[in-house]
Design a protein around this ligand. Structure first.
Ligand code: MEV
Length: 323
C-alpha cells in the first residue's frame, strides 16, 4: 500500500463589483475573485478518528463525525459529502490572508480551501460544481440564506455574472489602465443580519422598494456593457450609483462613507461598499497613475488597504506527496 496523500488547496477572496443584496432577490450581480488567499493542507492525523481542522484564528476543532460548537459549517458540508463518499480521519491546517468580516468572502474561502484539500486527500475527483455546492452548504450555516454568489465566485474564479437560482456566466472584463483598491474598515455585522435588515426595509418600502430593485437590475446591465467595452470612467460612475442604492437600503455606515469619500476626493473614478455592508470593506476604481494617491488617502483611515489582481483563478488543489 502506498503512502497516504498530503494535499494543499488555495482559495481566493472575492469582491462584488455590482449588485450585492439585490442579488438575494434575483437581480443579477457581477463579482470577481481577487488575489488574497486562504490555504489548507490535509494529511493523515497523528491521532484521533475524526476530521480535525486547525487554523490560526480559530484554533483546533474536530469537525466530523461529531458536530462541533464552532466551525459547525464544515460539519454540515462533510455530512453532505458523507452521503456519497466514505470519509476518513484527517488533519487539515489552515492559514489565511483574507480579513474576517471584511465582505471579501473569508468564510466561503475557508470552506472552499478545507473542502478542496480534504477531498483531494480522499482521492475524490469532484467537479467545481460539486465543490461549489458543498461550500454553499457550509455558507448556509454561516449566513442563513446566501444567494450563492460567494461560493460560485471563489470556486470558479475569474469575473462572474451571477443570477440566483440560474447559475453564472464567465465574463471577459477589461479594466484598461485602471486598478481596483480595496480598503477594509472594521469587522462587519454578520452578513445574515445585513440581509435580514435589507429585506425588511424592502418590504416596508413597498412599491418604492420594487423600483429600487428594478433600478439595480438596469445598473448591472449598464455595468456589464461598460466592463465589456473597457470603460473605467463609466464603470466608476456606475459604482457611485451602486453605492447610492446600497445606502438607500441602509447598509452603509459613517466609517464606510468616510472611506468612500476619501477615495473619491483622492481621484478615484468611483467607490462603493462591497459585500453585505454594516462595516466591512469598500472598493475604489482608479487610473493606474492615481492608485498611489487613493491608497495613501485610505491608509490613514482603514484597517488595511490592498491593491490586488482581479479575476484570478478559483480554488486550486494539488497533491504534495503520497498517492
Ligand atoms: C454577501 O457577500 C453578498 C450578499 O448579497 C448576500 C448574498 O448574496 O448571499 C449581501
Amino acid at each position: 500500500m502506498g503512502s497516504p496523500r498530503v494535499c494543499r488547496a488555495s482559495a481566493p477572496a472575492k469582491v462584488i463589483l455590482f449588485g450585492e443584496h439585490f442579488v438575494v432577490e434575483g437581480v443579477p450581480a457581477i463579482a470577481a475573485a481577487v488575489s488574497l488567499y486562504t490555504t489548507a493542507v490535509a494529511r493523515q492525523p497523528g491521532e484521533g478518528g475524526g476530521v480535525r481542522v486547525c487554523s490560526e484564528g480559530y484554533g483546533c476543532r474536530e469537525v466530523w463525525p461529531s458536530k462541533p460548537s464552532s466551525m459547525s459549517q464544515l460539519y454540515h458540508a462533510l455530512e453532505k459529502l458523507a452521503c456519497t463518499a466514505k470519509l476518513r480521519p484527517a488533519l487539515v491546517e489552515v492559514s489565511s490572508e483574507i480579513p474576517v468580516g471584511a465582505g471579501l468572502g473569508s468564510s466561503a474561502a475557508f470552506a472552499a480551501a478545507v473542502l478542496a484539500a480534504y477531498t483531494c486527500y480522499l482521492g475524490l475527483e469532484l467537479s467545481r460544481e460539486q465543490l461549489s455546492e458543498l461550500v454553499y452548504e457550509a455558507e448556509r450555516v454561516v449566513h442563513g440564506k446566501p444567494s450563492g454568489i460567494d461560493n460560485t465566485t471563489i470556486v470558479h474564479g475569474g469575473f462572474i455574472l451571477f443570477e440566483k437560482g440560474k447559475g453564472f456566466h464567465r465574463l471577459e472584463a477589461k479594466l484598461r489602465g485602471s486598478k481596483l483598491v480595496i480598503a477594509f474598515s472594521v469587522v462587519a455585522r454578520s452578513p445574515g443580519e445585513a440581509v435580514r435588515r435589507v429585506l425588511e426595509r424592502k418590504k416596508r418600502l413597498g412599491r418604492l422598494g420594487d423600483d429600487l430593485y428594478e433600478l439595480a437590475k438596469r445598473l448591472v446591465l449598464e455595468a456589464l456593457a461598460a466592463l465589456r467595452a473597457g470603460d473605467p470612467v463609466r464603470l466608476g460612475e456606475l459604482m457611485d450609483v451602486n453605492h447610492g442604492l446600497l445606502n438607500a437600503l441602509g447598509v452603509s455606515t459613517p466609517v464606510i462613507e468616510e472611506l468612500v469619500y476619501a477615495a473619491r476626493r483622492a481621484g478615484a473614478l468611483g467607490a462603493k461598499l462591497t459585500g453585505a455592508g454594516l462595516g466591512g470593506s469598500i472598493i475604489a476604481l482608479a487610473w493606474e497613475d492615481d492608485v498611489d494617491k487613493v491608497v495613501k488617502a485610505l491608509s490613514s483611515k482603514a484597517a488595511s488597504v490592498y491593491v490586488t489582481e482581479l479575476g484570478v483563478p478559483g480554488v486550486t488543489w494539488t497533491v504534495l506527496s503520497g498517492c
